[in-house]
Design a protein around this ligand. Structure first.
Ligand SMILES: NC(=O)c1ccc[n+]([C@@H]2O[C@H](COP(=O)([O-])OP(=O)(O)OC[C@H]3O[C@@H](n4cnc5c(N)ncnc54)[C@H](OP(=O)(O)O)[C@@H]3O)[C@@H](O)[C@H]2O)c1
Length: 320
């Protein structure tokens, strides 16, 4: 099969190669999926660049997310059969065969049925972004009805699904973005109010539009903490999924707000909570939309990685 691999971390153009590999066989509890679309997330290029701890074990086929069709089933797998369309999550986590190839072999629970009504593009957008969004929203739709949610970075991949999931759960959603183009994307996802965080006093605009917010899904905690604390309701939650830097926290204001700070890293979300996020995403899949797609052929996977690294809007995919 044709597959993109890297053998050592480094710049995309130096370390990514497209090679012929033997088609892998699924072991017990695994399925093999013929990949239609492979979605790229920031974590994929960060892993390839060596910014995360894990090093390839011989070689690594990158990319966690994707959509395709089950084409072989390992011993003991229940609930998935050959021919089933699926979306994949965390395909390359502690697993050599990610989705940047004609076939991926993954633990069966990371392959989730994709209904015929859903496109491969949607399937390849969901994994990291939708599951992170669902987890940051509390993992279930319960408790969000009539609550107010602020989604920072509402045109980002996680932000997009945070808006869609929160809206579907009955929350009022306000989002921040940096440009009118991104405002249109956040509005299309369902945000009722979208504030340019580059404007003067975005917190005042949020308060005027929706009052205090019960939960914040935060992409840039250090940059936004002052804003967050100005708009957070007492006892509200700031759930952040992008906090690589050292955080310096204002204890007094956080205590005064009785704020709950939540940190999320998809790789280490407890299994039952991850399963809940998968369930929620699956149950409302008909109400979710694909991100704007930029596609590359597999042979140009290095360019695709660079596009993600440079902050492409929407979802960059390769089609093996
Ligand atoms: N912890 C986890 O499990 C997890 C899961 C998914 C993603 N992540 C990380 O989260 C980050 C975002 O991922 P993604 O896939 O959503 O990326 P993305 O699609 O590139 O979206 C990031 C968004 O954040 C916005 N943004 C940047 N600075 C902002 C600020 N100060 N205020 C409001 N919005 C801001 C960006 O737009 P502007 O720059 O135009 O504002 C962009 O729309 C990446 O660093 C990724 O590695 C972590």
């Amino acid at each position: 099969m044709r597959a993109a691999i890297y053998r050592r971390p480094g710049p995309a153009a130096e370390v990514l190669e497209v090679v012929d590999l033997d088609v892998p066989e699924p072991g017990p509890g695994q399925v093999r999926v013929r990949i239609a679309t492979s979605g790229i997330n920031p974590t994929d290029w960060k892993g390839r660049a060596g910014l995360t701890a894990r090093r390839p074990d011989g070689f690594q086929v990158p990319h966690h997310d994707g959509a395709g069709v089950v084409d072989a089933v390992g011993e003991g797998v229940v609930g998935l059969a050959v021919g089933q369309r699926v979306w994949l999550y965390l395909a390359a986590y502690r697993n050599r065969f990610g989705t940047a190839a004609e076939y991926a072999v993954v633990p069966a629970e990371r392959a989730v049925p994709l209904p015929d009504s859903a496109s491969d593009d949607l399937g390849a957008c969901l994994g990291v972004p939708a599951l992170t969004a669902a987890h940051c929203l509390g993992g279930t739709p319960e408790g969000l009805k009539d609550r107010t949610v602020l989604v920072a970075g509402g045109a980002g991949a996680v932000g997009h699904y945070a808006i869609e999931l929160a809206r579907h759960a009955g929350a009022r959603v306000v989002a921040t973005v940096s440009s009118p183009e991104k405002q249109s994307l956040a509005e299309a996802a369902g945000a009722e109010h979208v504030v340019l965080y580059t404007d003067e006093d975005p917190a005042a605009q949020i308060l005027a539009a929706v009052g205090r917010v019960d939960r914040i899904v935060e992409v840039a905690p250090m940059a936004n903490l002052d804003l967050d604390l100005r708009v957070l309701a007492r006892g509200g939650t700031i759930a952040t999924y992008a906090a690589d830097e050292t955080l310096t926290l204002p204890g007094g204001p956080l205590m005064s707000a009785n704020a709950v700070l939540m940190f999320a890293l998809l790789y280490t979300v407890p299994a039952e909570q991850l399963a809940a996020a998968v369930r929620w995403t699956s149950e409302v899949l008909d109400s979710l939309s694909a991100l704007p797609i930029t596609e590359f052929p597999l042979d140009r996977v290095a360019e695709a990685h660079d596009a993600v690294e440079q902050g492409a809007v929407g979802k960059v995919v390769v089609r093996p």
